[in-house]
Design a protein around this ligand. Structure first.
Ligand code: AP5
Length: 215
């Protein structure tokens, strides 16, 4: 299965991608996670990406497309995956379409998570992430058993730099301007599936599962 999970920052793309992967034998490919790993390893790519990420701006399309071509069509490319955070602009979507045509592959569906802006700000400012294993928590909705400590590996929980309220608001504006045009782009393929994502994680997943089982 090859899917895109689309939606604003904080819509729950990462949370839902993990659940889909567990049930549908796929791997999650998150451009945000890949870029954060490049930043923390201080690579050339990470150095270029960091200034954009800290402000909540997008990393240039050329860098992202080069990085994703290797991931999706290189020697170690997985056969089933959920794309989380990519594509994020019309040039990225067009570049991805060209790559699929070149490699004679196809997407199965694009799942659009639909969430209110107010709910997003609440979710993101309360998100905490494990510094060691990247497990995601939420102080309000999905707190860890022990404050500040990861349930999975015991690592320290931190707040992402771009989850401060001012940066969250900028990320939402960037989404409206750069990413929301993808809804129209993918509607035309007949493969876009809109899901109500305002409820709790399990309720949202039930909505997604219903769509995936009908494909
Ligand atoms: P990225 O990491 O992709 O961030 P994002 O798209 O802004 O998405 P988030 O990770 O913030 O949210 P999510 O939808 O995955 O929600 P989550 O499940 O974590 O990108 C970061 C930066 O990298 C970008 O700003 C950009 O600079 C750069 N970048 C990345 N990709 C790029 C690209 N393709 N091109 C250019 N630049 C790129 O959930 C959020 C919180 O809510 C969590 O605490 C979670 O526990 C909680 N939660 C989830 N679902 C629910 C629910 N149903 N109810 C209650 N709480 C919930």
């Amino acid at each position: 299965m090859k899917l895109i999970i689309l939606g604003p920052p904080g819509a729950g793309k990462g949370t839902q991608a993990q659940k889909i992967c567990d049930d549908f034998n796929a791997v999650q490919i998150s451009t945000g996670d890949i870029l954060r790993a490049e930043v923390s390893n201080n690579t050339e790519l990470g150095k270029k990406a960091q200034s954009y990420m800290d402000k909540g701006e997008l990393v240039p399309d050329k860098i992202i497309l080069g990085m994703m071509e290797k991931k999706l069509f290189g020697e170690e490319a997985p056969s089933g995956y959920i794309l989380d955070g990519f594509p994020r602009t019309i040039p990225q979507a067009e570049g991805l379409t060209e790559l699929y045509e070149e490699h004679k592959e196809e997407l199965d569906a694009i799942i659009l998570l639909d969430v209110d802006r107010q709910e997003i700000v609440r979710r993101l400012t309360a998100r905490r992430v494990c510094k060691e294993c990247n497990q995601v928590y939420n102080l309000e909705f999905m707190p860890p058993e022990e404050e500040g400590v990861c349930d999975e590996c015991g690592g320290e929980l931190i707040q992402r730099d771009d989850d401060k309220e001012e940066t969250v608001l900028n990320r939402l504006d960037v989404y409206e301007e750069e990413t929301s045009p993808l809804v129209d782009y993918y509607s035309k393929t007949g493969k876009l599936e809109k899901v109500d994502a305002n409820g709790g994680p399990d309720e949202v997943y039930d909505n997604i599962k219903e769509v995936l089982e009908s494909l």
